[in-house]
Write a protein that binds this ligand. Structure first.
Ligand SMILES: [Mg+2]
Length: 239
């Protein structure tokens, strides 16, 4: 299903969100965090009763103290592990070693992402017609999830700039594509970071609404997209 809200101009490139646009990210993060806690429980006897809520508590504390820490999700995660395990009596030197091992595993688990075959198909079709660039606020690795062949480039929050909806990564994509923003279509699931972010920068915007959310009653809707789709396959219409 496609709903149109604004007049669409011809576009010559696409930028793509990753998390919750190309795959369902929540179960991946939840599985990763469960494995992380299990790893920590077995890494030292002082951490035997370490729980997910202990990790979450320090994660929140860090965000309160350093409100921009979420810009780099990996750094935030690393500092949360370090701080929470030292609160369980692990000395700093050992905590650094455990955190380093944990982060290596988290990186592995976090990128065990299954991309559905119809997503591969649509990305392949789109990438044959237009250059595609990935713009993510997360830490998924397009090489590890085997979708790098469709993208000419990836911009990641915390490494390439502040997260969407900030303009920086959209601007980097437009510069890389050597196109005016209005000739680029951004595709993403989030009304704030993707839809508002892209439109605020001057791009056209496609909202992927897989959960049948009502646009006008959504508290996250700061602006309307150019059009809305329920599945990525509807982008075929524009090829
Ligand atoms: Mg997303």
């Amino acid at each position: 299903m496609i709903y149109f809200y604004r007049l669409i101009q011809k576009f010559r490139a696409l930028t793509f969100d990753l998390d919750d646009t190309l795959y369902d990210n929540k179960p991946i993060i939840s599985r990763t965090e469960k494995k992380l806690i299990n790893f920590l429980n077995h890494s030292n006897k002082k951490l035997l009763n370490f729980k997910h809520k202990n990790y979450k508590f320090y994660r929140k504390q860090l965000l309160i103290k350093y409100p921009k820490i979420y810009y780099n999700i990996n750094f935030w995660r690393k500092q949360s592990i370090l701080l929470s395990i030292t609160s369980f009596g692990i000395n700093y030197k050992l905590a650094v070693i455990i955190t380093k091992k944990a982060m290596k595993l988290v990186n592995l688990w976090r990128n065990q992402i299954y991309i559905e075959s119809d997503i591969h198909r649509i990305l392949e079709l789109l990438s044959k017609k237009w250059p595609l660039i990935a713009i993510t606020n997360g830490d998924a690795n397009i090489y590890k999830c085997k979708i790098s062949q469709y993208f000419s480039c990836i911009f990641r929050s915390g490494i390439d700039g502040p997260p969407k909806p900030y303009k920086k990564m959209y601007d980097l994509a437009a510069k890389k594509l050597k196109l005016p923003p209005k000739e680029i279509l951004h595709v993403g699931d989030c009304l704030e970071t993707d839809v508002f972010g892209a439109i605020n920068y001057g791009m056209q915007s496609c909202w992927l609404n897989t959960h049948n959310t009502k646009l006008l009653s959504s508290i996250n809707a700061r602006t309307i997209p150019h059009f809305e789709i329920s599945k990525l396959k509807y982008l075929k219409k524009f090829i």
